[in-house]
Write a protein that binds this ligand. Structure first.
Ligand SMILES: [Mn+2]
Length: 334
């Protein structure tokens, strides 16, 4: 769809270079960007927010920064949405909206030269921007919860499928309310959305989602560690933390040797001080975290009172949330 501001920008540039012959004015695409290693919350947020904006006559294309995981594919198929286009980088001055992230190292290549016009997120903030922008951040279980609130507030008429998508995003990020990031509001929002979506048994639907996510086939150990991986800066040094939320933890635990090797490679390539890979058993609410150095092992033992499970793996108990439990405690300690 036509966008006035983009058009004006291109038009003024053309006027300026009026000696250059140009037969076609091509408007620059505008994007809603989900984070790297995309998850269901970020992808659904981007898709549904783009639907809302297009109703208001604003054309933003939801995009993914990489291959979708199997849970997300399952959800899109279930509610009949096509996968968003995958992009790697953006041109300078592209207008973008960031959903489910605000740290630029989790965003698209070229984000530093883009025009970020809005951010909707539920993570801690670590951002400096050149220009004023719209920000909506809430300490709530998922970005989909914030999108749902915004759509309710603006009397957007959600379809059955759109409601089902938002419910899926909330279920995914809150591990169907098991995660300590869950708030009462998330639960209330799901109840309200399900009046439209009419999913008969939310518990069994959530299990279907988690089973889809746990089916990783013959994924390489390297991709497994990177599946839901984020880099953090603690005490001016880089740490990489991968998380695998699964109903089948033995899948990863059995592949220890490969995973340890992959973690060593990633430590090298990402120039990390330390690296962790947590296998989170969603059903039994337990976290087994891989480490590759004695230093990292000691950190896990000091911070989470981890107990030895096997060499290179500590059982750190019922720590389910990287965002709310792992990162703040590691940051404080380090
Ligand atoms: Mn999220």
């Amino acid at each position: 769809m036509f966008n006035y501001y983009t058009h004006k920008l291109v038009f003024s540039k053309l006027t300026f270079f009026n000696n250059i012959k140009c037969t076609m004015v091509k408007t620059m695409e505008q994007y809603i960007i989900s984070h790297k290693n995309p998850d269901t919350d970020s992808i659904v947020s981007a898709i549904i927010y783009s639907k809302y904006l297009s109703k208001k006559g604003e054309d933003f294309i939801p995009v993914a920064l990489g291959e979708l995981n199997k849970e997300t594919k399952f959800v899109l198929e279930k509610f009949n949405f096509s996968s968003p286009k995958i992009i790697e980088k953006i041109l300078p001055d592209t207008k973008i909206i960031l959903v489910d992230h605000n740290e630029l190292n989790q965003s698209v290549q070229g984000v530093g030269f883009a025009k970020i016009i809005e951010i909707i997120d539920h993570h801690k903030f670590d951002l400096k921007t050149g220009e004023p922008l719209k920000i909506r951040a809430e300490p709530i279980g998922s970005t989909c919860s914030i999108i749902a609130k915004k759509l309710f507030e603006n009397n957007y008429e959600l379809s059955k499928e759109e409601s089902g998508m938002l419910i899926s995003g909330i279920i995914s990020d809150t591990l169907f309310f098991r995660s300590p990031t869950t708030t009462q509001e998330d639960k209330d929002i799901i109840t309200r959305l399900n009046k439209i979506a009419n999913i008969t048994d939310l518990e069994s639907y959530s299990n279907e989602m988690f089973t889809a996510k746990s089916d990783l086939g013959d994924i390489s150990a390297h991709d497994l560690v990177r599946l839901d991986y984020k880099m953090f800066r603690f005490n001016d040094r880089n740490y990489g933390i991968g998380v695998m939320e699964t109903t089948n933890p033995s899948y990863a635990l059995k592949r220890k040797d490969e995973i340890v090797k992959a973690m060593k490679d990633i430590k090298e390539s990402d120039n990390l001080e330390g690296t962790f890979f947590s296998v989170v058993d969603i059903i039994n609410e337990n976290n087994k975290t891989f480490y590759i150095s004695d230093k990292d092992k000691k950190i896990l033992m000091d911070v989470f009172k981890g107990i030895e499970f096997e060499e290179n793996i500590l059982d750190i108990g019922n720590i389910l949330s990287r965002k709310k439990e792992m990162v703040p405690r590691l940051e404080k300690f380090l």
